[in-house]
Design a protein around this ligand. Structure first.
Ligand SMILES: Nc1ncnc2c1ncn2[C@@H]1O[C@H](COP(=O)(O)OP(=O)(O)O)[C@@H](O)[C@H]1O
Ligand SMILES: [Mg+2]
Length: 299
């Protein structure tokens, strides 16, 4: 079963499609990295899923039920664009207002539960306006977590965070999926960060899904390679090409794809008296894979 399944989903504004026949499949329990350039339709898709916008056409199912099903709507928490918090109210007061909105029981206990998840138990009395960006993003997640949703939709929650803020955010998201069994849809253009937590990816371009894949599939496509520098690059290039075939010159280094036996590479070159000044093992990351995919689709 999918937590989210869309079929041919479309939404236009003034005759222009923001989401254009989108097919999306988010398995239950996944951290689904929703990747795309600015304006590719990520936020619009998320607003459709949350019921903030009405689609022109297409199907949307949440946990195998129509997205209009009240029972299922109740299980979706979202943070899209901003938290809607009041600056002069404390973190606790903001959460309390939302808990009242949602008609939750045991509000105090529920607020303490979500504050613990986002590691903000000690900041409950801080005014929202005095919180750092990282804290505000976490408060947004706490708001979305009220009522124990089965699906969390987060629009660029790691945007603008520093390294430490990102690390905490990563820990929180892994915690939510592993301990609360929650499914998370997270959109971002900070690909390197998603790479550390996503179990699945969906890549969107101009409102269309260009590829969905699991982290394992991404891993196998993100190829490993060794990169080599020599004082005689031309000779080294030819020798490595003869030996390994799959060789490319990139950023002033020679890349030998699908090979990580650097000792053997060195010995191949040494035997031909070609000096090696630098050698390392590498992997094409998500970012590079994504850019390559984008440039292929443009052709
Ligand atoms: N309310 C709106 N009215 C008109 N155009 C919109 C509206 N919301 C989004 N768009 C347009 O739809 C496209 C997709 O936007 P969006 O979903 O925000 O992309 P992303 O979140 O991937 O950056 C953009 O071209 C944007 O200008
Ligand atoms: Mg957006």
């Amino acid at each position: 079963m999918y937590a989210i399944e869309t079929q041919n989903l479309s939404k236009s504004f003034h005759g222009l499609y923001a989401v254009n026949g989108l097919d999306m499949h988010v398995p239950v329990g996944a951290i689904y990295g929703f990747i795309g350039e600015n304006g590719s339709g990520k936020s619009t898709t998320e607003k459709l899923l949350c019921g903030h916008l009405v689609p022109d056409s297409g199907k949307m199912k949440l946990f195998d039920k129509s997205y209009t099903d009240a029972g299922v709507r109740y299980r979706v928490g979202a943070l899209i664009e901003n938290t809607g918090c009041f600056g002069n109210s404390s973190v606790y007061q903001n959460l309390m207002m939302q808990a009242i909105n949602l008609n939750l029981k045991d509000r105090d206990a529920e607020i303490k539960r979500v504050l613990k998840i986002v590691r903000m138990e000690d900041s409950a009395q801080t005014k929202f306006k005095n919180c750092s960006l990282g804290m505000k993003q976490r408060i947004g997640i706490a708001m979305a977590l009220l009522g124990d949703p089965a699906l969390l939709i987060l629009d660029e929650p790691i945007n603008g965070l520093d390294t430490d803020g990102m690390r905490i955010m990563r820990e929180i998201l892994v915690d939510i999926t592993q301990n609360s069994g929650c499914t998370v849809l997270i959109s971002s253009h900070i690909l390197g960060e998603l790479e550390k937590i996503a179990t699945h990816y969906g890549i969107i371009r101009q409102g269309k899904m260009i590829q969905e894949l699991t982290a394992a599939e991404m891993e196998s496509r993100c190829r490993m390679f060794s990169s080599i520098k020599s004082t005689d690059m031309q000779k080294a290039f030819l020798a490595l090409h003869r030996e390994y075939g799959n060789v490319k010159l990139e950023d002033g280094m020679i890349r030998v794809y699908d090979v990580n036996d650097t000792e053997r590479i060195v010995s191949v070159l040494m035997k031909q008296n070609i000096p090696v000044t630098e050698i390392s093992k590498n992997k094409i990351g998500l970012e590079e894979y994504y850019l390559e995919l984008m440039s292929q689709k443009e052709k």
